[in-house]
Design a protein around this ligand. Structure first.
Ligand SMILES: [Zn+2]
Length: 122
């Protein structure tokens, strides 16, 4: 199977992460996932106490600021196997000062948001 972006290399999972042709798509996926996660968090908490800038910063700490960042590269590889590193959930819990259950729910929703964006764009 060849890369659908026509770079003429063989298509496999690693190629999706490495191929330059997918770079724009990954940036979009990160952007969408971050935006959706802010909305999900606000819905889950039902409060507007914490500003969106703060929420965005916490999420960028989890997902990374750019698709090229080490954080996002780790996140995307595991997320496609529907996995997340445990310390990231703990980090959400601490930074947002929420319960572990709330953090797990939030992380599960972030993961779903990511997968939906991935399916749409790649
Ligand atoms: Zn390619």
């Amino acid at each position: 199977m060849k890369c659908i972006m026509k770079c003429n290399k063989k298509e496999n999972w690693n190629h999706l992460f490495e191929c330059q042709a997918y770079e724009v798509a990954w940036e979009k996926i990160l952007e969408i996932t971050t935006k959706e996660s802010i909305i999900i968090y606000l819905k889950q908490k039902q409060i507007r106490g914490q500003g969106e800038d703060f929420i965005r910063k916490v999420l960028q700490n989890i997902l990374g600021v750019t698709a090229k960042s080490e954080k996002f590269q780790k996140f995307q590889q595991l997320a496609l196997e529907v996995k997340v590193e445990t310390f990231l959930t703990t980090k959400l819990q601490k930074d947002f000062k929420i319960s572990l259950t709330e953090a797990q729910t939030l992380m599960a929703n972030i993961l779903i948001g990511f997968i939906l964006a991935f399916k749409e764009l790649i």
